[in-house]
Design a protein around this ligand. Structure first.
Ligand code: DAT
Ligand code: MG
Length: 138
């Protein structure tokens, strides 16, 4: 299998809580390679493109507002089956039920904040990865 690349985002909650290093540590410990990285404040246009599949859902607006609320760390990460593998490192979407040992399971907070504050994003398929990497690292 050819080496894959995926887009990882440390969302505004992850950056604000100083978890960027811990998240990158886990990515590197798993054997994946960092190809590119930047800290940026995402604008609405970028976020609307990024989350186009969720437009019209009840959580869409709060999600975009949250993603606009502070700096994001975007990473291009490479490795064998990294798209699927990073999703396992991240854990399932809802931090309450994400497995312990995963990023969301270990650091997701359970004091009443929304599901959207789940620390990281990872592309969910080769098609998504190609689309999202072009968007964030054009
Ligand atoms: P993931 O980030 O695990 O790929 P997703 O693509 O289905 O999840 O949704 C994108 C983000 O939207 C997710 O990280 C958090 C938020 N979200 C998803 N489902 C939600 C829900 N039911 N309520 C609130 N936020 C939600
Ligand atoms: Mg997704």
């Amino acid at each position: 299998t050819p080496i894959e690349e995926t887009l990882v985002l440390v969302k505004p909650d992850g950056v604000a809580r100083n978890l960027t290093g811990e998240i990158l540590r886990r990515i590197e410990a798993k054997g994946y390679s960092l190809v590119d990285l930047k800290l940026l404040q995402a604008d609405r246009e970028l976020l609307a493109e990024h989350y186009a599949e969720h437009e019209g859902k009840p959580f869409y607006e709060p999600l975009i507002e949250f993603m606009e609320s502070g700096p994001i760390v975007a990473m291009r990460v490479a490795g064998n089956r990294v798209i699927e593998g990073f999703r396992v490192l991240a854990g399932t979407t809802d931090p309450t039920t994400a497995a312990p040992g995963s990023i969301r399971g270990d650091f997701g907070r359970d004091w009443g904040l929304s599901v959207q504050q789940n620390l990281v994003h990872g592309s969910d398929s080769p098609e998504s990865a190609a689309r999202e990497l072009a968007l964030w690292f054009s």
